[in-house]
Design a protein around this ligand. Structure first.
Ligand code: AMP
Length: 144
């Protein structure tokens, strides 16, 4: 399966915030939209950075509660690892494992086209394993 297939199932929507958004507002957005990371973008298309719940936890441990009034630009990761529509789920697994990240934005022609999370990758792997198990059962029971 490729990223294109994953997005066909989950849709292309990406929750974004501007770099000037406060950490408190970003947390509110994560909570109401039920996501663990936000792409930081000034125009909703170019990827300026990514901020995840982990950045908030690390920032709070480092700077204390005052962090909530600061902007996401102060804690976001600027060097964002992205993928394209042709990236495979296996490649995504490697990227996420080696980079220790659970979110990878999808970029097509320089524009944000979706986001995949480790949950999407695990879901696809489970689907694949179930299909394999099913065909092995059929082979064992009916020889085909
Ligand atoms: P996560 O596991 O996605 O919650 O993020 C863990 C750390 O990796 C945080 O510092 C994120 O800002 C960063 N991060 C998340 N996704 C990416 C990405 N696609 N590229 C680079 N850094 C990322």
């Amino acid at each position: 399966m490729h990223v294109e297939g994953l997005l066909r199932n989950k849709g292309a929507e990406v929750v974004t915030v501007e770099g000037s958004t406060t950490v408190a507002d970003a947390l509110q957005t994560m909570a109401t939209r039920r996501v663990g990371a936000l792409v930081v973008s000034a125009d909703g298309s170019a990827v300026d950075g990514i901020v995840s719940e982990r950045d908030v936890v690390w920032g709070l441990a480092d700077r204390g509660a005052g962090l909530l009034g600061e902007t996401v630009a102060t804690i976001m990761t600027r060097d964002v690892v992205t993928c394209g529509m042709a990236t495979t789920v296996d490649q995504l697994s490697t990227m996420m494992t080696e980079g220790r990240m659970r979110h990878v934005p999808v970029v097509v022609d320089g524009a944000l086209a979706g986001i995949v999370s480790i949950g999407d990758v695990v879901k696809d792997r489970l689907r694949e394993l179930e299909a394999e198990t099913q065909s092995l059962h059929e082979y064992i029971s009916h020889g085909r």
